[in-house]
Write a protein that binds this ligand. Sequence first.
Ligand code: 7TS
Length: 436
Amino acid sequence: MLSPLKGKTMLLSDNAAATHAPQLTYKGRWTAYDIRDDFPILSQQVHGKPLVYLDSTASSQKPNAVIDAMNVYYRTYHANVHRGVYRISEEATAAMEKARVKIARFINARQSKQVIFTNSTTGSINLVAYSWGYANIHAGDLIVLTEMEHHSNLVPWQLLAQRSGARLEFIPVTDDGLLRLDVYEQLLQQQPKLVAFTHMSNVLGTINPAQQMIAQAHAVGALVLLDAAQSVPHLPLDVQTLDVDFLAFSGHKMLGPTGIGVLYGKRDLLEAMPPFMGGGDMIRTVQLRQSSWNDLPWKFEAGTPAIAEAIGLGAAVDYLNALGMEQVRQHEQEMTTYAMAQLQAIAGLTIYGPSPAQRGGVISFTLDDIHPHDLASILDQETGVAIRAGHHCAQPLMERYELAATARASFYVYTVKEDIDTLVQGLKKAQKIFAL
Ligand code: 7TS
C-alpha cells in the first residue's frame, strides 16, 4: 500500500504550494510498514545495526513532509512575519497563520485565535502559571495536581504557590497506576481554583478520564489545565467536547519540530489574562511609560516567533490528519498489547501501570536488578534499540513506587512488531550478560 502522503510532497521552489497546500485526507487503512519510508531517520544505523527507535514519548521522529515544509520556507520565502509589506514576508505570515488554523481545527478549537504558539508544553504551562496565576491565585487558594505529573506540570505551580501563598494538593495514584478519583472528589469539596493534570502519563501510559474530571471540577467552580503533551499526538482530542479551559502540548512529540508548542485557552480567559512576556509583536501602541496590547493570539507571542517550526507543525498536523487519529490510536494499542504480552513473558521483568485498554503506547519496566541505565546502554550497543531510562521527569511518581528509575519503551505510528521483537531479544541478551 502506498504511503498516504506519497506523491504529494511539495516542490522546493513552489512557494504557493507551501503557503496554500491542500488539506490532505487519507481515507484508506494503513500499516506502519506503509509509512516508514516517510521517516528518513528510520533507515539510519547505530553501532552498525538498524536503528530501532522506541523513545517517541520523549520526542517523535519527523516525516519528510515536515522536514520539507521547513526547508521550503527557509529556501524560498524566509522573512520575518507580521511586519513586512513585501511578498515573501506576506507569504511567511500567511503560512504561519495557516498552520495556526490547521492546529485549531485539529483540536477543534472554536477560533484559531485561541491557539497561542509557545516553545513547548513547558512554555505553555508556565504562561498560564504566570499570567493567569498572577491575576487569579491568592494566599490560601487551592491548586489540585496529581502524583503522576511531569515536572513541567508541577514546578510552575510550586513556584506560583511560593509566590502567592497558595496551597497544593495531590490526587494519589493506585498501585495499578490509576488516579484515586475518590480522593479527587474529596479534594474538590475544598473548592480549588484550579485543577491541573496530565491527560496521559509519560511514565505509566495511563489515560486519565479527562472529560469526567473536567466536568467535576467545573461543578465546584474550578478551572482545568490539561497537560496534553502525550495525548494530542496519540488520541483524537476535541477541546469543545472536553470543555477544557487550558490545554498545553508540544510540536516535537507529534511528528513536528522542536522549539514549538501550543497553548489553547477559552477565549474569555485568554482575553482577561495579562501578557506574560513583553516585547515586539505583542503590543498595539507603545509609549515611554506605558503600552497597550495586541489582540489574541499575538498578545502572548512577544518577539520573532518560531516561524519555520510553526509551519513544520502545520505539516505534521496534515500528516496526522491523513493517517486519521482513530487509526493512530488503534495502531498504538495493537503495538502496546503485543509488547506487553512479549515483555510479561520475560522472567524477572516488571511492568508498571494499567492494562493496554487504559494506557497509551508507553511501557515502563524494570528487569531483575539491572539498572535501567545499564539496560538502555546494552540495548543501544548490542541491538541498536533506543529506549529511555531514568526518572522521566516525574520524580514524585518514582518515589510513589519506591523506584530510582525505570526503563521505558514507547511507540508511535512508525513502530512495527519487529521493533518490539528486537527489544525483547536485547533484554534477554542483557539478562545473559548480567548473569555472568
Ligand atoms: N508533560 C508531559 C506529560 C510530558 O511527557 C512532557 C515531556 C512534558 C510535559 C514536557 O514537554 P516539553 O516538550 O515541554 O519538554 N516528556 C518527556 C519524556 O517523557 N521524556 O522526555 C520528555
